[in-house]
Write a protein that binds this ligand. Structure first.
Ligand code: AMP
Ligand code: ZN
Length: 133
């Protein structure tokens, strides 16, 4: 499979890896938004939220907590934003969690098109009383 993250995991492409274990590899994002911007990537190729196994998601989030402490200690971060894109907005089709350190005055912004917004009550009408079983 021609997947850049699979190649990084196999060591065929270099990466700035800060942690890895049996299940995941954590490396710096090559195009960082802030200092320490990094990715947690499962070693097995899952595409997105729909096919990844729950125990791997749990492991990824456990490691996120540890990484938070490391970033706080080493880079003096003020906060940490977690993002995980699926389908639209997902450039690399191998599941990954973005850990983006936040710093006061970093000016990180997301400019959504607010013209697309419906009234919140209209959205709620579409989402309420969903059967989650
Ligand atoms: P997404 O849009 O959620 O799929 O994000 C993909 C991320 O992978 C982007 O932030 C890229 O900068 C990052 N990326 C792409 N190629 C590499 C690479 N070789 N090493 C590290 N990060 C990469
Ligand atoms: Zn892959």
């Amino acid at each position: 499979m021609d997947c850049i993250f699979c190649k990084i995991i196999k060591g065929e492409i270099p990466s700035y890896t800060i942690y890895e274990d049996e299940f995941i590899k954590c490396f710096l994002d090559i195009n960082p938004s802030t200092n320490g911007d990094l990715l947690i990537v499962p070693k097995k190729h899952y595409e997105n939220i729909l096919d990844i196994e729950e125990n791997i998601v749990i492991h990824i989030h456990k490691v996120s907590k540890k990484i938070y402490h490391i970033l706080k200690e080493r880079l003096n971060i003020d906060g940490l934003t977690l993002v995980q894109n699926n389908f639209y907005g997902q450039e690399i089709k191998h599941y990954h969690l973005h850990l983006t350190p936040r710093y006061k005055d970093d000016n990180l912004t997301q400019n959504f098109n607010k013209d697309l917004l419906d009234d919140i009550s209209k959205t709620y009408e579409k989402l309420k009383e969903v059967n989650f079983t």
